[in-house]
Write a protein that binds this ligand. Structure first.
Ligand SMILES: Cc1cc2nc3c(=O)[nH]c(=O)nc-3n(C[C@H](O)[C@H](O)[C@H](O)COP(=O)(O)O)c2cc1C
Length: 188
């Protein structure tokens, strides 16, 4: 099984990284992980050049290749909340998925990405609603043909200003529940 992680956190030893480490440790041994660190990667946001209105794909060539390969079984989207949203570099990555919509709408090219599973990981200090971040992640999962059920595939620690992720009493249970769902579906 191959897992692609889109990591929106700028802090390599921060809260999102801690959750991702705990989550990765629960996957079966032999699982291959590939991580796109969106702050380190050189990925341009969509600039509405409209290439995808007339031609297949996206004309910007950069590290988005890792997504276009479509060779993974599970997609993890992970981010701290910034103003209730995902972080800017992660949103740049997500904006680049819009060619899939444009190809379909303007050129009638049906999506051909293989089915996969989605997991959402969010860390937040405890301010405001995470709904905007959840909604944009749902859009990304839909564009990439990743099945995502918030009831089973959403792991969050949203009060890190007062309860550290290391001491979040709900985290281990959320991770176990998600893994049961993802691994169960993989073996079905
Ligand atoms: C620019 C900025 C905006 C933030 N906005 C929110 C927010 O809207 N809601 C929230 O709960 N926490 C917010 N936070 C706090 C972070 O989400 C929180 O500290 C998180 O645990 C950091 O995760 P990390 O260590 O993986 O970066 C914000 C932090 C920054 C720097």
């Amino acid at each position: 099984m191959k897992v692609l992680i889109l990591n929106g956190s700028p802090r390599s030893n921060g809260d999102t990284a801690y959750i991702l480490g705990a989550l990765k440790s629960k996957f079966p041994c032999g699982t291959e992980f590939v991580s796109l660190d969106t702050y380190a990667a050189n990925i341009h946001p969509c600039n509405d050049c409209r290439y995808c209105w007339e031609k297949e794909g996206c004309c910007i060539q950069d590290e988005m290749e890792i997504l276009w390969k479509d060779d993974y079984d599970v997609l993890i989207i992970a981010s701290p909340l910034y103003m209730s949203f995902v972080t800017p570099p992660l949103f740049s990555v997500i904006s680049r998925l819009n060619y899939i919509w444009s190809n379909r709408y303007f050129l009638r090219i049906p999506g051909s990405l293989k089915p996969k599973k989605g997991i959402l990981v969010l860390a937040g200090g405890g301010d405001g609603s995470p709904d905007p971040a959840v909604n944009i992640a749902k859009t990304a999962f839909r564009f990439l043909n990743a099945e995502f059920d918030p009831a089973s595939d959403y792991i969050r620690s949203l009060n890190t200003n007062t309860v550290s992720v290391q001491n979040d009493p709900d985290l281990a249970g959320q991770i176990d529940r998600t893994l049961r769902h993802i691994i169960g579906a993989y073996h079905r």
